[in-house]
Ligand binder design. Structure first.
Ligand code: KG4
Ligand code: ZN
Length: 337
Protein backbone atom coordinates (compact mmCIF):
# COMPACT_ATOMS: atom_id res chain seq x y z
CA UNK A 1 0.00 0.00 0.00
CA UNK A 2 0.86 3.65 -0.37
CA UNK A 3 0.34 5.91 2.62
CA UNK A 4 -0.44 9.41 1.33
CA UNK A 5 -0.62 12.78 3.05
CA UNK A 6 -2.16 16.07 1.88
CA UNK A 7 -1.79 19.38 3.74
CA UNK A 8 -1.24 22.01 1.02
CA UNK A 9 -4.04 24.32 2.20
CA UNK A 10 -6.87 23.88 4.70
CA UNK A 11 -7.55 20.13 4.58
CA UNK A 12 -5.65 17.58 6.68
CA UNK A 13 -5.99 14.28 4.88
CA UNK A 14 -4.41 10.83 5.00
CA UNK A 15 -5.16 7.81 2.86
CA UNK A 16 -4.04 4.25 2.15
CA UNK A 17 -4.27 2.84 -1.37
CA UNK A 18 -3.48 -0.68 -2.52
CA UNK A 19 -0.79 -0.61 -5.18
CA UNK A 20 -1.85 -3.67 -7.17
CA UNK A 21 -5.63 -3.05 -7.24
CA UNK A 22 -5.67 0.78 -6.76
CA UNK A 23 -8.36 0.21 -4.16
CA UNK A 24 -8.80 2.88 -1.48
CA UNK A 25 -8.43 1.09 1.84
CA UNK A 26 -8.57 4.10 4.15
CA UNK A 27 -9.35 7.79 3.84
CA UNK A 28 -9.81 10.43 6.50
CA UNK A 29 -9.95 14.18 6.12
CA UNK A 30 -10.53 17.06 8.49
CA UNK A 31 -11.40 20.39 6.83
CA UNK A 32 -10.72 23.70 8.52
CA UNK A 33 -13.46 25.60 6.71
CA UNK A 34 -15.34 26.63 9.86
CA UNK A 35 -12.19 27.98 11.50
CA UNK A 36 -11.23 30.10 8.47
CA UNK A 37 -14.78 31.12 7.66
CA UNK A 38 -14.79 34.10 10.05
CA UNK A 39 -11.81 35.56 8.15
CA UNK A 40 -13.36 35.00 4.70
CA UNK A 41 -10.28 33.05 3.56
CA UNK A 42 -7.46 30.81 4.72
CA UNK A 43 -5.09 32.26 7.35
CA UNK A 44 -1.78 30.36 6.85
CA UNK A 45 -0.55 30.53 10.46
CA UNK A 46 -3.89 29.26 11.79
CA UNK A 47 -3.99 26.56 9.10
CA UNK A 48 -0.56 25.29 10.05
CA UNK A 49 -1.45 25.10 13.74
CA UNK A 50 -4.63 23.17 12.92
CA UNK A 51 -2.69 20.71 10.73
CA UNK A 52 -0.35 20.03 13.67
CA UNK A 53 -3.42 18.92 15.63
CA UNK A 54 -5.43 17.23 12.88
CA UNK A 55 -2.80 15.33 10.86
CA UNK A 56 -2.02 12.92 13.73
CA UNK A 57 -5.76 12.44 14.22
CA UNK A 58 -6.36 11.40 10.60
CA UNK A 59 -3.22 9.25 10.65
CA UNK A 60 -4.27 7.22 13.68
CA UNK A 61 -6.47 4.75 11.81
CA UNK A 62 -3.63 3.70 9.47
CA UNK A 63 -1.58 2.16 12.27
CA UNK A 64 -2.96 -1.35 11.92
CA UNK A 65 -1.93 -1.43 8.24
CA UNK A 66 1.56 -0.02 8.71
CA UNK A 67 3.38 -3.30 7.97
CA UNK A 68 1.79 -3.40 4.52
CA UNK A 69 2.89 0.13 3.57
CA UNK A 70 5.56 0.21 0.83
CA UNK A 71 6.03 3.99 0.42
CA UNK A 72 4.95 7.32 1.88
CA UNK A 73 3.64 9.97 -0.53
CA UNK A 74 3.22 13.63 0.36
CA UNK A 75 2.27 16.85 -1.40
CA UNK A 76 5.33 19.14 -1.57
CA UNK A 77 4.10 21.86 -4.00
CA UNK A 78 2.32 24.14 -4.78
CA UNK A 79 0.60 25.36 -1.64
CA UNK A 80 1.18 27.28 1.57
CA UNK A 81 4.73 26.50 2.68
CA UNK A 82 3.85 26.49 6.38
CA UNK A 83 1.08 23.92 5.88
CA UNK A 84 3.01 21.79 3.35
CA UNK A 85 5.77 21.53 5.95
CA UNK A 86 3.42 19.92 8.46
CA UNK A 87 2.69 17.08 6.02
CA UNK A 88 6.33 16.77 5.01
CA UNK A 89 7.51 16.43 8.60
CA UNK A 90 4.99 13.70 9.24
CA UNK A 91 5.94 11.87 6.03
CA UNK A 92 9.64 12.04 6.84
CA UNK A 93 9.08 10.77 10.36
CA UNK A 94 7.05 7.76 9.21
CA UNK A 95 9.51 7.01 6.40
CA UNK A 96 12.45 7.12 8.84
CA UNK A 97 10.79 4.97 11.49
CA UNK A 98 9.64 2.35 8.96
CA UNK A 99 12.57 2.60 6.48
CA UNK A 100 10.26 3.45 3.59
CA UNK A 101 10.88 5.38 0.37
CA UNK A 102 9.31 8.83 -0.04
CA UNK A 103 7.33 10.09 -3.04
CA UNK A 104 6.95 13.85 -3.52
CA UNK A 105 3.68 14.71 -5.26
CA UNK A 106 2.82 17.89 -7.16
CA UNK A 107 -0.63 18.89 -5.92
CA UNK A 108 -1.99 19.71 -9.39
CA UNK A 109 -0.86 16.34 -10.72
CA UNK A 110 -2.74 14.87 -7.77
CA UNK A 111 -5.90 16.67 -8.92
CA UNK A 112 -5.37 15.26 -12.42
CA UNK A 113 -5.01 11.75 -11.00
CA UNK A 114 -8.23 12.18 -9.01
CA UNK A 115 -9.74 11.14 -12.35
CA UNK A 116 -8.18 7.70 -11.96
CA UNK A 117 -9.05 6.84 -8.37
CA UNK A 118 -9.70 3.09 -8.17
CA UNK A 119 -9.08 2.74 -11.90
CA UNK A 120 -6.42 2.69 -14.60
CA UNK A 121 -5.12 5.97 -16.01
CA UNK A 122 -6.43 6.57 -19.52
CA UNK A 123 -4.29 9.11 -21.35
CA UNK A 124 -3.93 11.37 -23.32
CA UNK A 125 -6.50 13.79 -22.01
CA UNK A 126 -7.17 17.53 -22.02
CA UNK A 127 -7.77 18.66 -18.46
CA UNK A 128 -9.35 21.87 -17.20
CA UNK A 129 -8.22 22.36 -13.62
CA UNK A 130 -10.30 24.81 -11.61
CA UNK A 131 -9.34 25.07 -7.95
CA UNK A 132 -8.82 27.65 -5.24
CA UNK A 133 -5.30 28.39 -6.43
CA UNK A 134 -5.32 27.65 -10.16
CA UNK A 135 -7.17 27.81 -13.44
CA UNK A 136 -5.33 25.87 -16.12
CA UNK A 137 -5.88 23.78 -19.19
CA UNK A 138 -3.30 21.01 -19.27
CA UNK A 139 -2.54 18.62 -22.11
CA UNK A 140 -1.83 15.43 -20.20
CA UNK A 141 -0.08 13.19 -22.69
CA UNK A 142 1.38 10.75 -20.18
CA UNK A 143 2.55 10.48 -16.58
CA UNK A 144 5.81 12.12 -17.64
CA UNK A 145 4.47 14.76 -19.98
CA UNK A 146 1.88 17.34 -18.92
CA UNK A 147 1.91 20.62 -20.85
CA UNK A 148 0.13 23.79 -19.73
CA UNK A 149 -1.91 25.16 -22.62
CA UNK A 150 -3.61 28.02 -20.79
CA UNK A 151 -3.34 29.54 -17.37
CA UNK A 152 -4.82 32.34 -15.30
CA UNK A 153 -3.44 35.85 -15.34
CA UNK A 154 -4.84 36.70 -11.92
CA UNK A 155 -7.55 35.23 -9.64
CA UNK A 156 -8.38 31.55 -10.10
CA UNK A 157 -11.95 30.29 -10.49
CA UNK A 158 -12.31 29.12 -6.87
CA UNK A 159 -10.65 32.28 -5.58
CA UNK A 160 -13.07 34.49 -7.52
CA UNK A 161 -16.05 32.62 -6.03
CA UNK A 162 -14.51 33.00 -2.56
CA UNK A 163 -13.83 36.73 -3.00
CA UNK A 164 -17.26 37.51 -4.45
CA UNK A 165 -18.91 35.59 -1.61
CA UNK A 166 -16.87 37.57 0.89
CA UNK A 167 -17.90 40.87 -0.74
CA UNK A 168 -21.55 39.83 -0.52
CA UNK A 169 -21.16 39.06 3.17
CA UNK A 170 -21.45 35.29 2.68
CA UNK A 171 -19.20 32.63 4.24
CA UNK A 172 -16.13 30.64 3.17
CA UNK A 173 -15.61 28.71 0.94
CA UNK A 174 -17.67 30.83 -1.42
CA UNK A 175 -18.03 28.33 -4.27
CA UNK A 176 -20.77 26.09 -2.86
CA UNK A 177 -22.61 29.08 -1.31
CA UNK A 178 -22.70 31.04 -4.56
CA UNK A 179 -23.76 27.95 -6.53
CA UNK A 180 -26.61 27.36 -4.08
CA UNK A 181 -27.86 30.99 -4.16
CA UNK A 182 -27.49 31.12 -7.95
CA UNK A 183 -30.01 28.27 -8.27
CA UNK A 184 -32.70 30.66 -7.01
CA UNK A 185 -31.38 33.66 -8.94
CA UNK A 186 -31.99 35.37 -12.28
CA UNK A 187 -28.69 35.10 -14.18
CA UNK A 188 -29.73 37.79 -16.63
CA UNK A 189 -30.57 40.52 -14.11
CA UNK A 190 -27.08 42.00 -13.87
CA UNK A 191 -24.99 42.61 -16.93
CA UNK A 192 -21.41 41.66 -16.11
CA UNK A 193 -18.42 41.66 -18.47
CA UNK A 194 -17.24 38.34 -19.87
CA UNK A 195 -13.48 38.42 -19.29
CA UNK A 196 -11.15 38.62 -22.34
CA UNK A 197 -14.15 38.21 -24.63
CA UNK A 198 -12.62 40.17 -27.47
CA UNK A 199 -9.07 39.07 -26.86
CA UNK A 200 -7.36 36.38 -28.94
CA UNK A 201 -5.42 35.34 -25.82
CA UNK A 202 -5.98 31.80 -24.67
CA UNK A 203 -5.77 32.58 -20.98
CA UNK A 204 -8.03 33.17 -18.01
CA UNK A 205 -8.64 36.31 -15.99
CA UNK A 206 -11.25 36.91 -13.32
CA UNK A 207 -10.12 39.96 -11.36
CA UNK A 208 -11.97 42.35 -13.73
CA UNK A 209 -15.19 40.39 -13.27
CA UNK A 210 -14.66 40.42 -9.50
CA UNK A 211 -14.33 44.21 -9.66
CA UNK A 212 -17.52 44.47 -11.71
CA UNK A 213 -19.30 42.49 -8.97
CA UNK A 214 -17.90 44.93 -6.39
CA UNK A 215 -19.29 47.89 -8.35
CA UNK A 216 -22.72 46.23 -8.59
CA UNK A 217 -22.72 45.81 -4.81
CA UNK A 218 -21.91 49.53 -4.45
CA UNK A 219 -24.70 50.45 -6.87
CA UNK A 220 -27.11 48.38 -4.77
CA UNK A 221 -26.26 50.57 -1.78
CA UNK A 222 -23.54 48.38 -0.28
CA UNK A 223 -23.56 44.89 1.21
CA UNK A 224 -25.85 45.86 4.13
CA UNK A 225 -28.56 47.07 1.77
CA UNK A 226 -28.55 43.94 -0.40
CA UNK A 227 -31.63 41.76 -0.21
CA UNK A 228 -31.68 37.97 -0.47
CA UNK A 229 -32.94 38.38 -4.03
CA UNK A 230 -30.04 40.70 -4.90
CA UNK A 231 -27.58 38.12 -3.57
CA UNK A 232 -29.19 35.29 -5.54
CA UNK A 233 -29.34 37.31 -8.77
CA UNK A 234 -25.79 38.62 -8.45
CA UNK A 235 -24.49 35.12 -7.66
CA UNK A 236 -26.27 33.75 -10.74
CA UNK A 237 -25.07 36.57 -13.01
CA UNK A 238 -21.49 36.17 -11.76
CA UNK A 239 -21.54 32.39 -12.21
CA UNK A 240 -22.90 32.80 -15.73
CA UNK A 241 -20.06 35.18 -16.67
CA UNK A 242 -17.48 32.70 -15.28
CA UNK A 243 -19.11 29.93 -17.28
CA UNK A 244 -19.11 31.91 -20.54
CA UNK A 245 -15.45 32.85 -20.02
CA UNK A 246 -14.36 29.25 -19.40
CA UNK A 247 -16.41 27.99 -22.33
CA UNK A 248 -15.12 30.59 -24.75
CA UNK A 249 -11.46 29.88 -24.02
CA UNK A 250 -12.01 26.11 -23.94
CA UNK A 251 -13.66 26.28 -27.36
CA UNK A 252 -10.53 27.92 -28.75
CA UNK A 253 -8.46 25.05 -27.38
CA UNK A 254 -10.91 22.44 -28.69
CA UNK A 255 -10.51 23.74 -32.22
CA UNK A 256 -6.73 23.34 -31.98
CA UNK A 257 -6.37 20.08 -30.05
CA UNK A 258 -7.59 16.81 -31.48
CA UNK A 259 -7.45 14.81 -28.22
CA UNK A 260 -10.90 13.26 -27.79
CA UNK A 261 -11.03 13.05 -24.01
CA UNK A 262 -11.65 16.11 -21.88
CA UNK A 263 -11.89 16.37 -18.08
CA UNK A 264 -12.62 18.95 -15.41
CA UNK A 265 -10.93 18.57 -12.04
CA UNK A 266 -10.30 20.60 -8.87
CA UNK A 267 -12.49 21.98 -6.09
CA UNK A 268 -14.62 24.17 -8.38
CA UNK A 269 -15.32 21.22 -10.70
CA UNK A 270 -17.88 20.14 -8.09
CA UNK A 271 -20.06 22.95 -9.46
CA UNK A 272 -22.99 21.26 -11.23
CA UNK A 273 -23.90 24.33 -13.29
CA UNK A 274 -20.36 24.46 -14.73
CA UNK A 275 -20.31 20.68 -15.25
CA UNK A 276 -23.54 20.78 -17.24
CA UNK A 277 -22.20 23.57 -19.44
CA UNK A 278 -19.09 21.50 -20.23
CA UNK A 279 -21.15 18.38 -20.89
CA UNK A 280 -23.01 20.37 -23.52
CA UNK A 281 -19.81 21.79 -25.01
CA UNK A 282 -18.27 18.32 -25.28
CA UNK A 283 -21.35 17.09 -27.10
CA UNK A 284 -20.98 19.90 -29.62
CA UNK A 285 -17.31 19.12 -30.17
CA UNK A 286 -17.76 15.35 -30.10
CA UNK A 287 -15.51 14.95 -27.08
CA UNK A 288 -15.83 12.50 -24.25
CA UNK A 289 -16.19 14.26 -20.91
CA UNK A 290 -14.71 12.93 -17.65
CA UNK A 291 -15.47 14.24 -14.17
CA UNK A 292 -14.36 13.35 -10.67
CA UNK A 293 -16.56 11.85 -7.98
CA UNK A 294 -17.83 14.83 -5.94
CA UNK A 295 -16.09 13.77 -2.72
CA UNK A 296 -12.70 13.77 -4.48
CA UNK A 297 -13.00 17.16 -6.26
CA UNK A 298 -11.69 19.18 -3.31
CA UNK A 299 -8.32 18.49 -1.72
CA UNK A 300 -7.79 14.96 -0.44
CA UNK A 301 -5.00 12.45 0.14
CA UNK A 302 -6.62 9.78 -2.06
CA UNK A 303 -5.68 11.60 -5.27
CA UNK A 304 -2.12 12.04 -3.93
CA UNK A 305 -1.98 8.30 -3.29
CA UNK A 306 -3.35 7.50 -6.73
CA UNK A 307 -0.66 9.58 -8.45
CA UNK A 308 1.94 8.00 -6.15
CA UNK A 309 1.04 4.47 -7.35
CA UNK A 310 2.18 5.38 -10.85
CA UNK A 311 5.27 7.10 -9.41
CA UNK A 312 6.02 4.00 -7.31
CA UNK A 313 5.85 1.77 -10.35
CA UNK A 314 8.46 4.05 -11.98
CA UNK A 315 10.54 4.05 -8.78
CA UNK A 316 10.30 7.81 -8.74
CA UNK A 317 11.44 8.36 -5.15
CA UNK A 318 12.87 11.40 -3.38
CA UNK A 319 15.49 11.09 -0.68
CA UNK A 320 14.76 12.41 2.78
CA UNK A 321 17.44 15.12 2.35
CA UNK A 322 16.01 16.27 -0.96
CA UNK A 323 12.39 16.29 0.11
CA UNK A 324 11.41 19.85 0.93
CA UNK A 325 8.71 22.35 0.12
CA UNK A 326 9.35 23.33 -3.47
CA UNK A 327 8.58 26.88 -4.46
CA UNK A 328 6.65 26.57 -7.70
CA UNK A 329 7.81 28.68 -10.60
CA UNK A 330 5.27 30.86 -12.31
CA UNK A 331 3.65 28.52 -14.75
CA UNK A 332 3.39 30.04 -18.19
CA UNK A 333 1.46 28.34 -20.94
CA UNK A 334 3.74 26.22 -23.08
CA UNK A 335 5.71 24.97 -20.06
CA UNK A 336 5.53 21.56 -18.47
CA UNK A 337 3.74 21.01 -15.20
O1 KG4 B 1 -9.11 22.05 -5.13
P1 KG4 B 1 -9.47 22.77 -3.91
O2 KG4 B 1 -10.10 21.98 -2.78
O3 KG4 B 1 -8.25 23.49 -3.29
C1 KG4 B 1 -7.20 24.03 -4.04
O4 KG4 B 1 -6.36 23.25 -4.56
O5 KG4 B 1 -7.20 25.27 -4.18
O6 KG4 B 1 -10.45 23.95 -4.33
C2 KG4 B 1 -11.04 24.79 -3.40
C3 KG4 B 1 -11.82 25.85 -4.13
C4 KG4 B 1 -12.39 26.93 -3.24
O7 KG4 B 1 -12.01 28.18 -3.78
C5 KG4 B 1 -13.89 26.73 -3.34
O8 KG4 B 1 -14.65 27.91 -3.23
C6 KG4 B 1 -14.03 26.11 -4.72
O9 KG4 B 1 -12.93 25.25 -4.83
N1 KG4 B 1 -15.29 25.37 -4.86
C7 KG4 B 1 -16.27 25.73 -5.72
C8 KG4 B 1 -17.35 24.83 -5.50
N2 KG4 B 1 -16.98 23.95 -4.51
C9 KG4 B 1 -15.72 24.32 -4.13
N3 KG4 B 1 -16.33 26.70 -6.64
C10 KG4 B 1 -17.47 26.81 -7.36
N4 KG4 B 1 -18.54 26.01 -7.19
C11 KG4 B 1 -18.53 25.01 -6.27
N5 KG4 B 1 -19.59 24.22 -6.12
ZN1 ZN C 1 -6.38 21.47 -4.65
Amino acid sequence: MILSIESSCDDSSVSLTEIATKRVVYHKKISQETEHSVYGGVVPELASRLHAVDLPRVLEGTLKYIDRVKAVAVTNQPGLSVTLNEGLMMAKTIATMQSLPLIAVHHLKGHIYSLFIEKEATLPMLVLLISGGHTQVIKVESFERMEILATSMDDSVGESFDKCAKMMGLGYPGGPIIEELAREGDEDRFELPIPLRNSPLIAFSLSGLKNAVRLKIVSLGGVEEMTHRDRCDLSASFQKAVKLHLLQKSKKIFTKESIKDFAIVGGASANIYLREAFEQLCKEFDKQIHTVELKYCSDNAVMIGRYAIDAYERESFTSIEELSVTRSRKQESGTLL
